[in-house]
Ligand binder design. Structure first.
Ligand code: IDP
Ligand code: MG
Length: 168
């Protein structure tokens, strides 16, 4: 049985602009994972930069920040969602598909709906956490604990407490 995990999904402004948020939510709902947090929220530059901090040295970083903030699509919000369940991170990553929509499995969300525009912008519809450390960091960035239906503990804390339990 896969480990119980939590994962953050962001439905990005390109999806909202194209009226695809409902289709994405439907596919996420069909995973059977439990939705424990959901909101629409504005994204300011500081939040976008913190979210994508690992990519700050990449040449497309500025465009990526503008995209997440909605500046490229004249959209002023994203959907932020937290799903939990066994193997939730991989389940949602597989459903999401490869980063580049041209390379994504056509059965995935990005394969079905993503595109590279003629202006060279990668519109890949959604963000999905890539690993337990990132999901814990991202969920804490986007949600206050009281906004979630259940308390979530960070993976490192879980590891530390089992190490403590082992020593006791
Ligand atoms: P992921 O979203 O599949 O996890 P990451 O490598 O974490 O992919 O990149 C984060 C986001 O940065 C992507 O979803 C996409 O929006 C953007 N991105 C990644 N690579 C490129 C690129 O080569 N050109 C433009 N945007 C990119
Ligand atoms: Mg990523």
């Amino acid at each position: 049985m896969a480990a119980e995990e939590a994962t953050l999904v962001l439905i990005k402004p390109d999806a909202i602009k194209r009226g695809l948020a409902g289709a994405v939510l439907t596919r996420l709902e069909h995973t059977g994972l439990r939705l424990v947090g959901a909101k629409i929220t504005r994204v300011n530059r500081a939040l976008a930069e913190a979210h994508y901090q690992r990519l700050r040295d990449r040449p497309f970083f500025e465009e990526l920040i503008q995209l997440l903030c909605g500046e490229l699509h004249d959209i002023d919000y994203v959907w932020a969602l937290v799903y939990v369940g066994p193997g939730a991170i991989d389940t949602v990553r597989t459903l999401t598909g490869a980063t580049n929509p041209d390379h994504a499995d056509p059965r995935s969300i990005r394969g079905a709906f993503g595109r590279n525009t003629t202006n060279g912008v990668m519109e890949n519809i959604l963000h999905a956490s890539s690993d337990p450390q990132e999901s814990a960091r991202e969920i804490a960035l986007w949600f206050r604990p009281e906004e979630l239906l259940i308390p979530l503990s960070a993976p490192r804390k879980r590891a530390e407490s089992s190490a403590r339990a082992g020593r006791a």
